[in-house]
Design a protein around this ligand. Structure first.
Ligand code: GNR
Ligand code: NI
Length: 156
């Protein structure tokens, strides 16, 4: 496992649409491991998407500290959403900024795990927020794009 550098806002990498993973190679497994290490190191992040470490593939990892523990998503698809919630978000790629963002209250997401098996998960609360935030990264979207009333809080 190794730490990877986090790509910061302003880098065009974060604005690209990521390509699906077509084969789960050892390289993808190392990517997942390195993303987790980077996420846990960086001020206890609760999620990280591949483009944040410079890899334009549809992969993310989340761990919101609930009973699910670490979850890995390859080629995720949000298949259902319901309701809405507003949560004050941050991003490892946008240090020092926060903003309220409106997201679905409840989602279902389908993806492959590291063994190439399809799974589907229902999420609400912070886990739903985090999965939607990470899924947006795969499409070149940052939370600041969705700030309620365009209001971004800058620290310091
Ligand atoms: O660590 C993170 N915290 C967070 C807080 C509220 C809403 C979303 C997040 S995700 C973020 C890590 C990150 O940037 N993932 O892409
Ligand atoms: Ni982020």
């Amino acid at each position: 496992m190794a730490m990877r550098n986090v790509v910061l806002e302003g880098d065009p990498i974060l604005r690209k649409v990521c390509r699906p993973v077509d084969e789960i190679t050892p390289r993808i497994l190392t990517l997942l491991d390195d993303m987790a290490e980077t996420m846990y190191y960086e001020n206890r992040g609760i999620g990280i998407a591949a483009p944040q470490v410079g890899v334009l593939r549809r992969v993310f990892v989340v761990d919101v500290g609930d009973e699910h523990g670490k979850l890995e998503f390859i080629n995720p698809e949000i298949t259902y959403t319901e309701g809405s919630q507003i949560y004050c978000e941050g991003c490892l790629s946008v240090p020092g900024k926060n903003a309220d963002v409106e997201r679905p209250a409840k989602i279902r997401v389908k993806a492959l795990n590291r063994n190439g098996e399809e799974f589907e998960l229902e999420a609400e609360g912070l886990l739903a927020v985090c999965i939607c935030h990470e899924n947006d990264h795969l499409n070149g979207i940052l939370f600041t794009d969705k700030a309620v009333d365009g209001k971004i809080i800058v620290e310091e």
